[in-house]
Design a protein around this ligand. Structure first.
Ligand SMILES: *Cc1c(COP(=O)(O)O)cnc(C)c1O
Length: 403
């Protein structure tokens, strides 16, 4: 293990990969088997149904690739678009930026709407751009639901309303890598056409699965889509998935892990999973406030419940905090990316996580900040989060007693 310390747990608080629960680790510890055997579909068929529940869709079709989330970005675009097609994409962080660049590599023309980092997709601007596109040359709108680089969540339902208000047929493409499985994500209700995620964030697995969900409207565009696609061709999956098989060797341990992950999410209940993320995020935000530090998210409506990006004061470096936390306290915090490099550090609070784990990270961040000279009072952030967690718990108990 890197860093000075070998005893105790490494505190993994980057917003992905997230902690893999022991239950899932055990479930993945399996001998290899024949992925074309008659028994194999017993494992695989329920995975597609389970993912549909996580996406909250009846109509959508799920595909599971052995890839990271980036592969699913590529699959969403190449299966539905042709080179030269126009896309509209707000850019407000490193992940929205990378998706745009990936689209351009495939010969797609992306009209970028620059938004201040710390804000998100602006439905009014999207509506205006689509209204101005009288000939319907824009074929899709790309939105990153939860911008992991800045800790900003955008309102996907509002983007759909904007597209509809403009009377525009563009597809709605959504990156849900750091939201799906942690934040409420309503594929059908919000009118999403293609949504992608990866296994290593809310799904609590190692990286290695890229998961896509496509609406009937998106699937109808596959036939005329001319972008080159080989490994990520959805048609190959549709030929084999219904029987419970894959066009190439699937990532077996990850599929067993996914089965366990889905079981855990459904045992807790998706609504409870979402509520837990809101609650843990509120404790993290209380800590930042007690430190006198602001979030990268510019207003409460943008604040993410899966990751908080905390700005360090002028004259200090977020990178120093991260390196001190890692080397001295065995705590991994997320770095500032690109435009935000050095300006912030991020605490991921998604996946398999509870109050005391998070208090450990808040405590470590507090010590690391003090060590590099940032004038925060030791215990202040921890105490604020503790109050938040105690009170929230009390409120829940009172509600139960009242019922
Ligand atoms: C992590 C992440 C990705 C990238 O996924 P990989 O699995 O690293 O390819 C894309 N989008 C968002 C919002 C992410 O958080």
């Amino acid at each position: 293990m890197a860093g000075a310390r070998c005893s105790g747990r490494n505190f993994l608080f980057v917003p992905g990969p997230t902690n893999v629960p022991d239950r899932i680790l055990r479930a993945m510890h399996i001998p290899m088997e024949d992925h074309r055997s008659p028994d194999f579909p017993k494992l695989t068929v329920p995975l597609f149904d389970g993912m549909k529940k996580v996406y909250q869709t009846d109509e959508g079709r799920v595909v599971i690739f052995p890839s990271s989330g980036t592969g699913a970005w590529e699959a969403a675009l190449t299966n539905t678009r042709s080179p030269g097609d126009k896309l509209l994409a707000p850019r407000f962080g490193q992940f929205s930026h990378l998706w745009i660049e990936l689209a351009r590599r495939h010969g797609l023309e992306v009209i970028v709407q620059e938004e201040v980092w710390g804000t998100g997709a602006n439905p009014d601007r999207i509506e205006d751009a689509l209204r101005a596109d009288k000939n319907h040359e824009i074929k899709g709108v790309l939105v990153v639901h939860n911008e992991t680089a800045t800790g900003v969540t955008s309102d996907v339902a509002a983007v759909r309303r904007a597209i509809d208000a403009a009377g525009h047929p563009a597809l709605l493409y959504v990156d849900g890598v750091s939201s799906i499985g942690s934040l409420d994500f309503q594929f059908d209700e919000w009118g999403v056409d293609l949504a992608i995620t990866g296994s290593q964030k809310g799904m609590m697995l190692p990286a290695g699965l890229g998961i896509l969900c496509a609406s009937p409207k998106a699937l109808a565009q596959m036939e005329n889509a001319k972008c080159t696609r080989a490994y990520f061709n959805l048609a190959d999956h549709f030929n084999t998935n219904p029987g419970g098989y894959f066009p190439y060797t699937p990532a077996l341990p990850l599929l067993y892990g996914l089965r366990e992950s889905l079981a855990m999410l459904f045992e807790e209940g998706l609504e409870n999973v979402f509520a837990r993320h809101r609650y843990l995020a509120s404790g993290t935000r209380a800590a930042a406030e007690a430190w006198g530090l602001s979030l990268c998210a510019k207003a409460p409506k943008w604040q993410s419940d899966t990751v908080s990006a905390i700005m360090v004061p002028e004259g200090f470096s977020g990178a120093d905090v991260i390196s001190r936390a890692y080397n001295r306290y065995n705590l991994a915090l997320g770095a500032g990316l690109s435009e935000m490099a050095g300006k912030l550090f991020r605490i991921g609070h998604l996946g398999d996580l509870n109050e005391l784990m998070l208090l450990g990270a808040i405590s470590g961040a507090e010590m690391a900040m003090r060590d590099v000279g940032i004038p925060v009072e030791l215990g202040s952030g921890v105490a604020a989060a503790q109050e938040c967690f105690r009170n929230a718990d009390g409120a829940a108990e009172q509600r139960l007693a009242a019922e």
